[in-house]
Design a protein around this ligand. Structure first.
Ligand SMILES: [Cu+2]
Length: 320
């Protein structure tokens, strides 16, 4: 066989090998051009507008679950119903990674061409209320009306979501406006505005010093993750510790940041940490493994934890 023939054959063979569908989502050759997920304030105005329009579009589409609510409410419903299985457990991080991915897909189906975006609340922790994400023109609008403490009155007054109508509060049908109750902060009690002191770079450095998945996950979920929910929503706002927190579109910018912080921790030692996983499952006794199932209630296929560990996996393929 002539050299040229060998080279041609070899080329065809490589091409065929590359085109083969991979059953292993962690196959290294699969993700050659990862999509960049941007910080909200770093995106262009047309990207931001397109994102917000797509979020609104989710309220015009029917439920994929066949329920009598909108596609928008599917995200709220799935999160609220699965809540005990996906919080305070090792699956917290991969499940929310999958959930953000499904949200990004849904935004794409609504005409958005960009990628998931995040709010870097670590960078804004010294004055979270001044963050660009709350801008009424270029962001998600600001705090709710604080004239009353009656549930359902703390409606967001400005920005693109001021007329948003929401259906669920936890798992109950309780129609309401988008509610926000920013933690005002009480300097005399050392409580900072929006609980910013709980997600500073110093706090993150301490959590990032954890070398095990279990240690890092617990530090992040119970610390900064929870503080941001509480700081934005409090007990009467949608972003608070409610089962229905995906009601606030900010949920997804928050959880993309959570995902980014996990990725940053993995990147400190990719060899050891990309598949680092562990801890105890929701039953309180079973040890978590990469073969555990991430439930999605028929909204999307259930998946294995293993498939949501590596952002370079074919089914994800993004970077920060
Ligand atoms: Cu959650």
């Amino acid at each position: 066989m002539k050299l040229l023939q060998v080279v041609t054959l070899l080329g065809a063979f490589i091409e065929a090998a590359v085109a083969l569908p991979s059953s292993d989502p962690l196959a290294p050759r699969a993700c050659t051009t990862p999509k960049l997920r941007k910080e909200w304030s770093k995106a262009t105005q047309s990207e931001r507008t397109s994102y917000i329009n797509a979020v609104k579009c989710l309220t015009t589409k029917p439920s994929k679950l066949g329920l009598s609510h909108r596609l928008y409410d599917d995200f709220v419903w799935v999160h609220a119903t699965l809540f005990p299985q996906i919080h305070s457990v090792p699956a917290f991080l991969p499940w929310h990674r999958y959930f953000v991915q499904l949200y990004e897909n849904a935004l794409h189906d609504c005409g958005y061409t960009g990628n998931a975006m995040y709010w870097d609340w670590v960078a804004d922790s010294s004055a979270p209320s001044k963050a660009k994400v709350w801008d009424p023109v270029t962001g998600f609008g600001g705090n709710g009306n604080q004239t009353s403490t009656t549930w359902g009155t703390n409606c967001v007054l400005d920005g693109p979501f001021k007329n948003l109508q929401l259906k669920y509060w936890n798992t109950e049908v309780r129609p309401h406006c988008l509610l926000r109750v920013w933690e005002p902060g009480y300097p005399e009690y050392n409580i900072t505005e929006m609980l910013g002191a709980s997600y500073t770079p110093e706090v993150m450095a301490t959590i990032n010093a954890e070398t095990t998945y279990e240690g890092w996950h617990n530090g992040l979920e119970n610390g900064p993750h929870g503080a941001v929910h509480q700081g934005v929503g409090n007990f009467a706002g949608d972003m608070g510790p409610q089962l229905s927190s995906p009601n606030d579109p900010m949920f997804f910018l928050h959880h993309t940041q959570v995902d980014r912080l996990w990725w940053l921790w993995q990147q400190q030692n990719p060899q050891a940490r990309t598949l680092a996983y562990g801890g105890v499952r929701e039953d309180g006794t079973t040890v978590a493994t990469l073969d555990d199932i991430l439930p999605m209630m028929g909204f999307a296929p259930d998946a294995k934890v293993r498939a949501y560990m590596d952002v370079k996996a074919t089914n994800l393929c993004y970077k920060y």
